[in-house]
Every structure is written in structure tokens, then in C-alpha cells.
Design a binder for this molecule. Structure first.
Ligand SMILES: Nc1ncnc2c1ncn2[C@@H]1O[C@H](COP(=O)(O)OP(=O)(O)OP(=O)(O)O)[C@@H](O)[C@H]1O
Ligand SMILES: [Mg+2]
Length: 211
């Protein structure tokens, strides 16, 4: 049996990831694939508890390395419990954020050296990479405007300064240039339906190649 494909959606806060996940889900299912939809940090019971700490811990400062290691701890559990078994069983996996987000937020945003992130990436993923990553790219101000309107209490990352978010965006764009075979940039400042037209283009180009 063929392995499932691993697709991730990335982008800064308010880029539209959660909005577009059901659309991508339907594209994958319409080609007859079984699908597991999940998210990071989280996706398992333990991972969701770590997510709560990562997003909302407020009793003092969390050291940047602690944050990095908690991200990868949640990721290891996610791979072990959900992602790897699904892919092995031929099920496609669609994940809201993955390791590109770690390079963007903990690397670009917090300033942790990429070489140190790579050590954990190799350890935890043992070579596994997404087959396709859709980067929803928006200028920081637009993302901020959208999350502001959403009206939820902001988390530890959303509370960061604009310069942090600019660094996150730059890191994502830098990775898009370096891993252009896998990461596809989509201009997510456009209207929802225009974003979807680009998603269909990139998804079809990928899916026509692998199926
Ligand atoms: N293309 C778009 N144009 C205008 N508004 C949008 C667009 N896409 C999403 N939105 C709105 O912007 C807000 C943020 O979108 P969404 O929650 O999907 O972003 P996200 O990338 O999942 O954010 P987060 O990183 O915080 O999870 C929502 O209120 C959503 O309805
Ligand atoms: Mg979201």
C-alpha cells in the first residue's frame, strides 16, 4: 500500500490557516484519499496539554530553549501517536503548522540558531518532512487586523511585538526560497476565494504528480 502524503499549512497569526483547512480537506477527500486533520502544537492529549502551556503560560518567563524543547516534545508525541501511524496506513495527514513554524517563531522570532533547531528536528523526525507545505503569507499588519477582529484573548505569540512578527514572516519567506520544491507561497492578503484559487493550483500541481 502507498504511504499517505503529509501536507502542512503555515503562516503567521491571522493568515487564514484555520479558515482554509476545511477547504484543503475537501480537496484531498475529493480525490478519494482518507485523511487525518490535525494541528500543532497539539494533536494528541499530551500535546494539547503542552499547547496550553506553550500558548498561555503566564507565571514568569519561559526560557527560549524550554519553549523550543516543549514544541519538539509535543511534536514527537504527535508523530508517534498520530502522524506516522496514519501515513503508514496510507492515510493523508493535513496539519495546521509543523516544524517550519518552529524555525519561524523559535528561530526567527526568538533568535534561536537554526543549527540547534536542526539537531532536534533530526532527532524527533528522523528525516520525515512534509510532502507539501502551503505558506499563507500576509503582511504583519493585515494578520494583526484579522486576529484583532476575531476578538479572542491573545496568546503568548500573538502578544509579541510587530518586529517579532516581521522576523517570523521573513523566516517563513526565507525557507520558502530554500525549500521551493516543497513550500509554496500563497498571497493570503487576497480575498478568501482568491486564496482558494491559488490553493487549488498548488494542490493540483502536487497531487497530479503523486497520484
Ligand atoms: N482571505 C481573508 N480575507 C479576510 N479575512 C480573512 C481571510 N482569511 C481569514 N480571514 C479572517 O481572519 C481571521 C483570522 O483567520 P484564521 O483564524 O483562519 O487565521 P489563522 O491563520 O488560523 O490564525 P492563527 O495563527 O491565529 O491560528 C478570521 O476571523 C477569518 O475569518
Ligand atoms: Mg488558526
Amino acid at each position: 500500500m502507498d504511504k499517505g502524503k503529509f501536507i502542512t499549512i503555515e503562516g503567521g497569526d491571522g493568515a487564514g490557516k484555520s479558515t482554509q483547512i476545511p477547504f484543503v480537506e475537501q480537496l484531498i477527500r475529493s480525490r478519494g484519499h482518507k485523511l487525518q486533520v490535525t494541528r500543532e502544537p497539539g494533536g494528541t492529549e499530551l500535546g494539547e496539554q503542552l499547547r496550553e502551556i506553550l500558548l498561555n503560560f503566564s507565571a514568569g518567563k519561559m526560557c527560549d530553549d524550554t519553549e523550543l524543547m516543549l514544541m519538539f516534545a509535543a511534536r514527537k508525541q504527535h508523530l508517534y501517536e498520530v502522524i506516522t501511524p496514519a501515513l503508514e496506513a496510507g492515510v493523508w495527514v493535513l496539519c495546521d503548522r509543523f516544524t517550519d513554524a518552529t524555525y519561524a517563531y523559535q528561530g526567527g522570532g526568538r533568535g534561536i540558531d537554526a543549527s540547534r533547531i536542526e539537531v532536534l528536528e533530526d532527532w524527533v523526525q528522523q528525516g520525515l518532512q512534509p510532502d507539501l507545505t502551503l505558506l499563507l503569507d500576509v503582511p504583519v499588519e493585515i494578520g494583526l487586523g484579522r486576529t484583532g477582529k476575531r476578538g479572542e484573548v491573545s496568546d503568548r505569540f500573538e502578544q509579541q511585538q510587530v518586529c517579532f512578527k516581521e522576523l517570523v514572516r521573513e523566516s517563513y519567506l526565507d525557507r520558502t526560497r530554500r525549500f521551493s520544491h516543497r513550500i509554496k507561497r500563497i498571497d493570503a492578503a487576497q480575498k478568501v476565494d482568491a486564496v482558494q484559487i491559488r490553493i487549488v493550483e498548488e494542490f493540483n500541481a502536487f497531487a497530479d504528480n503523486v497520484t
